[in-house]
Design a protein around this ligand. Structure first.
Ligand SMILES: C[S@@+](CC[C@H](N)C(=O)[O-])C[C@H]1O[C@@H](n2cnc3c(N)ncnc32)[C@H](O)[C@@H]1O
Length: 189
């Protein structure tokens, strides 16, 4: 796997993790490494963290209690840099218990080809990047006078992309709607 910079909001770049080889459905991909903390500690950190760091707090349930992996520290690991895709995830987060300690790991939901971005569904929350919708109107202009031949036809994009990435693109005839999705979650278990 390798890390790539992706275009982000307001010219800010964000990172994503991409496969440099292929994976088969069910393969282990990467661990979401960080500090295992209680829910209370996570709430405390959420209050003092910059919002960019809160995005690295991954909450999950274990035997009826909420826990959290705090991966906000830049430790060079890949798991913490995997982005959200709630529509077409190619991985799933699973809790693994090894010799009494809990780990969160990503596993392939389907075969993954070289070059594909690794992504999973962060969970059910309404993350801001999932809601943003950009409407780009494509206008067909045709010059066609009665006594002259049709000379040109061109499409004009009426609006510029305002945010991060166009995760999906639905073509609805003259109107092209780019539905952007992006960030973070919990309880996938
Ligand atoms: C665990 S980090 C993922 C790595 C992050 N992209 C980075 O560059 O550090 C979670 C954060 O990544 C961003 N993110 C994740 N998925 C995204 C998506 N689909 N679109 C836009 N931003 C996303 C959000 O800012 C979120 O808080």
């Amino acid at each position: 796997m390798h890390i790539k910079d992706l275009p982000g909001a307001s010219g800010v770049f964000r990172r994503g993790v991409f496969a440099i080889g292929s994976f088969s459905k069910g393969d282990f991909i990467v661990e979401y490494r960080g500090d295992l903390i209680s829910d209370g500690e996570a709430q405390k950190r959420r209050r003092i963290y910059h919002p960019a760091c809160s995005g690295f707090l991954f909450a999950f349930k274990l035997r009826g209690k909420t826990w959290c992996i705090d991966a906000s520290r830049e430790d060079g690991s890949f798991g913490r840099l995997v982005n959200d895709d709630h529509r077409h995830p190619n991985c799933r987060m699973k809790r693994i218990d090894i010799a009494g300690s809990t780990h969160l790991c990503l596993f392939a939901l389907k075969d993954i080809k070289e070059g594909e971005e690794i992504a999973y569904n962060y969970g059910g929350e309404d993350y801001p990047w999932r809601k943003q919708v950009r409407v780009t109107t494509s206008v067909k202009m045709t010059t066609c006078e009665p006594d002259t031949p049709c000379v040109s036809s061109q499409s004009v994009l009426m609006s510029e992309p305002q945010w991060d990435e166009a995760a999906w693109l639905e073509d609805t005839g003259q109107q092209v709607i780019h539905v952007h999705h992006l960030i973070f979650s919990s309880s996938v278990f």
